[in-house]
Design a protein around this ligand. Structure first.
Ligand code: 3HC
Length: 693
């Protein structure tokens, strides 16, 4: 099938892009568009052109796989096609179904009008790949929506639903059948004459105010966390509004070239493809063939259970929540309602969506209420006896085909499964808190979990818009197993001379959403004391757990909820506290540690390199299938900066030999558990990457 097909409706040529699955604008498709346009433009029987794609995608943009190869710059380039369309002597209308993203939307912006289906999504998400729109998006979008709004849209990188795109002025019309509506519009325009091309429109930028734009800049870049693209996007939008269009296009092209050859783009491209690869598990049936999950039960109406319930209800799946008492259920229900109300107040969901979701969530204290459910997720606190008791009961009351999942973040799935007569249907489904926000779903496979059960969870993950990653069954699975090293080293650094401010500043400067100590203050230290006690007893003999947390808790500093922890708090604002410094200094003295200035680079290496080392051990043991899976876990579940590609990608960038050398030093200091992974040492010696393991 050719990459572009042509049909005619009267005097209108309808050109349909046909490069499955998502009409990425690779060389073939670009060539097809160029050829068919040339024919239609030269055809005297044709008076106007409609450009369209498939139901799934008008176009997902430039073909990311081509970046860095000659193909990306082979003619016709996207910009060549845009000039051809924009300068055509016949009107061109884009008919958009599915997504119009990146270069796909840029192509549509060069058309004389855009008609979108109500379910379409339009956006310029290049920033998520460490890029900016490089085919005129930063020049044309401000001409439709104004400078600051354009910068907001491009920097957020979040596609707009059709209605919002229409309201903003990006789509001219919304129609159930966009091709039919585009044909009608094209016919009208052929008679009336073409509207002014977007690139020549000035009305939205005529009163561009340099000062107002500069004043808005810090707000626009607030969430950048070290990413380079957002600032360059702001520069391009500024140029678009202050220079002639051709100069602005050239400025944009230069900025694009700079980013596309940079390390952040490489990292983010890795994250994009790693996430997609993580969905593919060898030996597990295709999601399309998985058993359908039409209803879900959740055990526990606490923070986690409530969040998980929202996730399913949001996807239109009925949920039954079980708790021990009516008042717990009522409390859980109130929490869910408050969360939804907040989203409605913020304008992120309409009231009808809240009503519909709440309607789908019911609560009961009776396990019999789960008789017909396809999947039950247990989300009670971490206690093996309690979980086994629950799974034993679930085994009795649910249909034999039902899948029983635990939201445990570290307990043994096999032990939980042993309480049932169907271990092949028992699995870990580790959601991250807040479950209705965090995208990661760690799917934990027990020894007997069947491929069909895994496949069903992966399939439902897609429906509820989560990013699933398969993990083996071990203490802490992929993410929390690694996390222990990060948080432990943060404490050792304090004992040796660092301050909480330094540790968090370095972590946040690296790009973490929040430093490890501020994070601990947020979650509260009182609850972790119990877990730490248990861990102390099972620790290897050559290891010692730091005692900063214990000392702080003794001093009544349990974190934000008590107004002080590592820091003192005024509301949510954290303020360094000399009392913390005194407590830590006393601890160092009692341990006979001579405190010293620790360079930031050492802090960074000691925080992040142990993650890489433990990740390598997970690969060795088969707990994680691929290094990219580990990166996917950390970027989506732990606030690891995507522009660094995840810990494994980052480790490779800084050099596995350096990571191994740090592990060597930490093992001497902290114990053999910290020693370098053999796999990593081998790869470092052979100069190989994770993919060549
Ligand atoms: N280039 C190359 N491949 C792409 C692609 C792209 N732009 N977009 C998607 N794909 C591939 C995916 O890798 C996947 O391949 P696989 O089946 O081999 O794993 C396949 O298409 C289907 O994609 P998804 O599995 O992601 O399907 P979904 O339905 O979940 O999502 C999507 C579809 C919303 C289009 C999502 O893939 C997406 O967000 N794509 C990226 C969009 C993007 O960032 N566009 C900008 C590109 S940069 C650009 O245009 C530069 C320009 O300004 C010059």
């Amino acid at each position: 099938m050719p990459s572009v097909t042509r049909t005619t409706e009267g005097k209108i040529a309808v050109l349909t892009m046909n490069a499955p699955p998502v009409n990425a604008l690779g060389t073939d498709l670009r060539a097809g568009i160029g050829e068919e346009f040339a024919l239609a433009l030269n055809d005297p029987e044709i008076s106007a052109i409609v450009l369209t794609g498939s139901d799934r995608a008008f176009s997902a943009g430039a073909d990311v796989r081509e970046f860095g190869t000659d193909k990306a710059v082979a003619e016709p380039r996207l910009k060549t096609l845009e000039s051809m369309i924009e300068g055509a002597n016949k009107p061109v209308v884009a008919a958009i179904s599915g997504v119009a993203l990146g270069g796909g939307l840029e192509l549509a912006l060069s058309c004389h009008a855009r008609v979108a289906a109500p379910t379409a999504r339009l956006g310029l998400p290049e920033v998520n790949l460490g890029l900016l729109p490089g085919a005129g998006g930063t020049v044309r979008l401000p001409r439709l929506v104004g400078a600051i709004r354009a910068a907001e849209i491009i920097i957020a990188g979040k596609p707009l639903p059709a209605a919002a795109a229409h309201e903003a002025g990006i789509a001219d019309e919304i129609a159930e059948d966009p091709v039919a509506a585009a044909v009608t519009l094209a016919t009208e325009l052929a008679i009336k004459g073409k509207p002014t091309p977007v690139i020549e429109r000035e009305d939205k930028i005529a009163d561009f105010d340099t000062d107002a734009f500069e004043a808005a800049r810090p707000g626009l870049l607030k969430k950048s966390r070290g990413a380079l693209a957002p600032a360059r996007i702001a520069d391009c939008v500024f140029a678009a509004c202050t220079r002639p269009p051709q100069e602005a296009l050239a400025f944009e092209e230069e900025a694009f070239k700079e980013l596309v050859t940079g390390s952040q783009h490489r990292a983010l491209k890795h994250v994009f493809f790693a996430e997609r690869q993580a969905r593919k598990v060898p030996g597990v049936p295709d999601p399309k063939e998985a058993a359908e999950i039409a209803s879900v039960g959740i055990i526990g109406s606490g923070l986690m259970g409530g969040g998980i319930a929202m996730v399913f209800a949001n996807a239109g799946i009925p949920v039954t929540i079980i708790d021990v008492a009516e008042d717990s259920l009522a409390k859980g229900r109130r929490m869910i309602e408050t969360n939804y109300q907040r989203s409605v107040d913020r304008g992120s969901i309409p009231q009808e969506k809240m009503d519909r979701s709440l309607y789908l969530i019911t609560g009961t204290t009776d396990y019999e209420g789960l008789g017909e459910t396809d999947l039950v997720i247990e989300a009670v606190f971490e206690n093996m006896e309690l979980k086994q008791d629950i799974f034993g009961r679930l085994d009795q009351v649910t249909r034999p085909e039902a899948i029983l999942a635990s939201n445990t973040s570290s307990l043994d799935i096999d032990q939980i499964a042993s309480a049932t007569s169907r271990p092949e249907k028992v699995i870990g489904a580790h959601f991250f808190s807040p479950a209705n926000v965090m995208k990661l779903l760690e799917v934990v496979k027990g020894t007997k979990t069947s491929p069909e059960t895994i496949g069903a969870i992966f399939a439902i993950a897609q429906r509820i818009a989560k990013v699933p990653v398969l993990a083996g069954n071990c203490d802490g699975f992929i993410g929390n197993r690694m996390l222990q090293y990060y948080t432990a080293e943060a404490e050792y650094l304090l004992e040796e001379g660092a301050t909480p401010e330094q540790v968090d500043r370095v972590a946040e400067g690296f790009g973490m959403a929040m430093g490890p100590l501020a994070m601990r203050d947020l979650s509260g230290m009182d609850t972790s004391i119990r877990i730490r006690e248990i861990r102390r007893k099972t620790m290897p003999a050559d290891e010692r757990m730091a005692e900063v947390v214990e000392r702080l808790v003794e001093a009544g500093r349990i974190g934000q909820k008590s107004g002080k922890g590592y820091y003192r708090y005024e509301g949510r604002k954290r303020i360094p506290d000399p009392e913390t410094t005194r407590i830590i200094e006393e601890l160092s003295a009692s341990l006979g540690i001579e405190r010293r200035e620790i360079p930031d680079e050492e802090v960074r290496d000691r925080l992040f390199m142990p993650l890489v080392n433990e990740g390598a051990k997970e690969l060795e043991e088969g707990i994680a299938l691929r290094a990219g899976d580990i990166d996917t876990v950390w970027v989506n579940g732990y606030g690891f900066p995507a522009h660094r590609g995840g810990p494994m990608f980052w480790g490779q960038e800084v050099g596995l030999d350096r990571v191994a050398a740090t592990a060597e030093r930490l093992a001497e200091k902290n114990g053999q558990r910290w020693a370098p992974s053999q796999l990593m040492v081998r790869l470092a010696t052979e100069g190989k990457s994770w993919d060549q393991a």
